[in-house]
Write a protein that binds this ligand. Sequence first.
Ligand code: KG4
Ligand code: ZN
Length: 342
Amino acid sequence: MLVLAIETSCDETAAAVVRDGRSILSSVVSSQVAIHAEYGGVVPEIASRKHLEMITPVVRQALDEADVSLAEIEGIAVTRGPGLLGALLVGVSMAKSLSLACTIPLVGVHHIEGHLLAGFLEQPVVFPFLGLVVSGGHTHLYRVDGIGRYRILGRTIDDAVGEAYDKSATLLGLAYPGGALIDRLAQSGNPLAVKLPRPLLHDGTLNFSFSGLKTAVLTHLKKQPALPQGQELHDFCASFQAAVCEVLVKKTVAALQQEGLTRLVVGGGVACNSGLRASLQKMSDQRGVELHLAPSKLCGDNAAMLAVAGDAYLSAGCQDDLAMDATATWPLDQVARWEQLP
Ligand code: KG4
Ligand code: ZN
């Protein structure tokens, strides 16, 4: 099946053409990062307007690069939620219009489902597995027993990990979004230089909390006469990264143990992080865990990742009609599509 996938949940306008939920024929991502950087965060109204401007050229480019026409597209998968409502509406409206005009079956896919299954575009993964999704909006641990079969085990109770990276970067005087920049600076820093908390590490749950870490960064910086520069900045970033990685890896180990799982899949923008990738690899080597890290190009928001679940649902005859609407808040374990799958 040839699926056209569309993603507009936050600040990336993306479209992709994917064959059989496996081979990426094209994946176009138009990022608004430079526009929102000026404001130090995503401005929802601006995001919606930019999506409106970009959605048609991005879809057209995805079809052109894949060298297919709309007439050849057999299914459309679109991010239905969660995300910024105005932003989601642009993608959902485009998907519904194309579905109606060209009589193509349509399915709404959960954004986190996309991140969880992104790695399937590189190699098949066997169920069940533990899924860790780490991004600007999400920090979630799921037990995944099949496509459409997700059970939440833990989540952030406040800031998402990417949000903590970006807010801490701003406090350090770095440009938005600073996650990747902190990562780069951390690579030549001393992770033991600054003592930072490991929130909720021993609370006995699989939940995360990152707002306290961000406050600890602020408190530390307030005590200093000036923002760290040079090696001191590298050391601070390395210490921050060590705190984040320790919590993420230890909670992941606890979740694997609780569920009796030995397979781990990691996705989302923060899954690009070099420290996290190395720590998860080391833990997996030590414990005999089968680790599937989404390739860097599929970690951040993109449309191709939606085609994995989209293809499975559409192939099973599971579709949405034109009454489907964008949903800003949509818990993944309420998607419950698996009952309709074979
Ligand atoms: O998945 P994504 O593109 O969008 C959301 O669904 O949120 O993730 C974006 C987040 C941002 O917070 C960005 O700073 C963070 O991922 N990020 C990183 C790295 N690359 C991107 N955080 C830490 N280290 C990185 N290398
Ligand atoms: Zn995302």
